[in-house]
Design a protein around this ligand. Sequence first.
Ligand code: NAD
Length: 255
Amino acid sequence: MSVLTGKTALVTGASRGIGRATAERLASRGALVAVHYGRNEAAAQEVVAGIREAGGQAFAVGAELGVPGDIDTLWASFDAQLGTYTDRAGLDILVNNAGITLRGHIEETTEEILDQQFAVNVRAPFFLVQHGLKRLQDGGRIINISSGATRIAYPEIIAYAMTKGALDTFTLALAKAVGSRGITVNSVAPGIIDTDINASWLRGNEEANQFAASLSAFNRVGAPEDVADVVAFLASDDARWITGQVIDATGGSQL
Ligand code: NAD
């Protein structure tokens, strides 16, 4: 039996990147994983197939976030499928991973950009949790994927960094609110990770890679699995005494 056997997890934005690695890691530890995706169903089904081939359990849940009805659509799909895979009702682990980075300095950030940035990165996880609390089992886990950009100033992604600051404050207040149920709430703050979100400036650019690597105490760019392992730890019983925290997973960036 693995550490998460019998648990059910939902990972948003799990069709690629950090979300995908997290879904795969939680499944490899025994959890049944709902692999949420926004638009790319084929990619999500590929993740599900990979988990099943490796002996795990997973199903895909589609809902674009940041649009009207998003949260109802997501939970309706989750609720409709859950019984096919387990007799247990509800959810044990919710990972709010889906996010967008709309790059821009303050002068370039329009009202529309700011609203969209907050709709996906803050509003969606807020209401996903609000509507999910009745599904979340006592002793459960909420893990919000934040960013090192709340600690290290990146004026070129100012709106994005602000959303992650809001998410960390959500983590703090929510941890207090649900602590009596034994639910822990924590943020994980990655540094620069080699995923599609950074493809435009990082991939195939040796200079950019060297720069990104140099920020970390370990002198390498992070991989999705570096973050997924931290999430898996927080999801486990071993992390039951940690709540309301921002866990830095930047590989010691700019120490
Ligand atoms: P990514 O772009 O590869 O993955 C983001 C995921 O979120 C995708 O699956 C995407 O489909 C989903 N998503 C985005 N907008 C959505 C929407 N409107 N509706 C539904 N799904 C949506 O990026 P990633 O690097 O894997 O990012 C995962 C999380 O990690 C994000 O919250 C990001 O802010 C955070 N993060 C990433 C880095 C990094 O350097 N890669 C650093 C710090 C924090």
